[in-house]
Design a protein around this ligand. Structure first.
Ligand code: SF4
Length: 353
């Protein structure tokens, strides 16, 4: 365990690696309106004070059940939805301090690949125009230069130049996602939010798209935030992984540390549900009772306490700090206050009962 645990995963340089993106105390609440005057009567606490950083050139996976806030995190980073509070620092610039024109400039460097490639493409626009739209808005390239970029990007994702004239409905789901990748790449961004990029695809196509993303990352030095709910895909694709529960970050660590030695009871439950490829091996499944509570009225204390098999009195009263328990293995659980080794053993023993 570190001598002096840090309270979050933020600072500009860690372990000689450069931090490209830093999220500090990010909060995003959505208003709930009702009545004749559409007054705000409540708030959906989609993201509630989370902090983390992403190193240049790495892939940070973000996992959690539906509604945990992971997609909102990606969209808030991109300013597709404004943050309620907190900050996003990209390339040493706080995005909330930037003017509209400065933000427009920086958007070239931050792109997104959406989950549903069909609805993210304009059905009335040939895909070549969709891919070059960003170039038209953000650069002064000529039509010929834009076309050259489109052809190059289509080729990078395994499509042909003549595909540029076709419309989205003429492509399969996997091809449409390749077009989405080509569009995200056209401005040569530094950072891409991949929002469930393979969830809507057949398993056989998923591997192809992931391989393209991996190749492009190496060739262009890209940094990814990879949002997904499939733990096996995230394990395959990520360098580090964050686990979200009900708007909070429960745990964040290197891929190996998280999958081999999960510290948080929620992560342990998620890991226990991953199928084991060896038929001679079995894994003790941890079944969580009940549903995820509503983000309109999340539980006090630890948000997981209503479903946690290890919860004790303090869990419902005080929120556990999100701390570094050694080698950038962050987690938020009161049990961990006994130290990494002891806590891991303790949680495992209790869960095995
Ligand atoms: Fe479970 Fe308590 Fe740890 Fe929350 S703080 S994960 S309720 S043991």
């Amino acid at each position: 365990m570190a001598d002096k645990p840090r309270m979050n995963g933020s600072s500009n340089v860690k372990e000689d690696r450069r931090v490209l993106l830093e999220v500090k105390n990010l909060v995003k609440y959505f208003p709930v309106r009702s009545g004749m005057f559409q007054r705000v009567t409540n708030w959906v606490k989609a993201v509630d004070d989370i902090s983390f950083h992403i190193y240049e050139g790495e892939t940070l996976g973000l996992v959690g059940e539906s509604g945990c806030g992971k997609t909102t995190v990606g969209r808030t980073i991109l300013h597709l939805v404004p943050a309620t509070s907190g900050s996003v620092i990209f390339n040493d610039q706080d995005l909330s301090d930037l003017s509209a024109s400065q933000l427009k400039e920086i958007r070239r460097d931050i792109q997104i690949i959406f989950q549903d490639p069909y609805s993210s493409l304009d059905p009335r626009m040939p895909v070549g125009e969709s891919i070059s739209e960003g170039l038209r808005i953000h650069t002064d390239k000529t039509a010929q230069e834009r076309y050259d970029v489109v052809v190059e990007m289509l080729s990078r994702v395994g499509l042909r130049a003549d595909h540029a004239r076709r419309y989205p409905h003429e492509f399969s789901g996997g091809q449409r996602q390749r077009i989405g990748i080509a569009r995200a790449l056209s401005l040569r961004p530094k950072f891409i939010v991949c929002d469930e990029p393979v969830s809507a695809l057949d398993v056989s196509i998923q591997a192809q798209v992931l391989n393209i993303l991996r190749e492009l990352q190496q060739d262009f030095g890209l940094t990814y935030l990879f949002i997904a709910h499939n733990l096996s895909v995230v394990e395959h694709f990520s360098d580090r992984v964050g686990v979200m529960y009900l708007g909070k970050m429960a745990e964040l660590a290197s891929r190996d540390a998280l999958y081999e030695n999960p510290l948080h009871p929620y992560t342990q439950a998620l890991m226990s549900a991953i199928p084991v490829p060896d038929p001679t091996m079995t894994r003790q499944r941890i079944i969580l009772e009940g549903d995820v509570p509503s983000p309109l009225n999340p539980p006090t204390g630890c948000r997981f306490h209503t479903r946690c098999p290890l919860a004790f009195d303090k869990c419902g009263q005080e929120e556990p700090p999100f701390k570094d328990y050694g080698r950038e293995h962050y987690a938020a659980c009161w049990l961990l206050e006994t130290g990494e080794e002891g806590a891991s053993k303790l949680t495992r023993e209790r869960l095995a009962r």
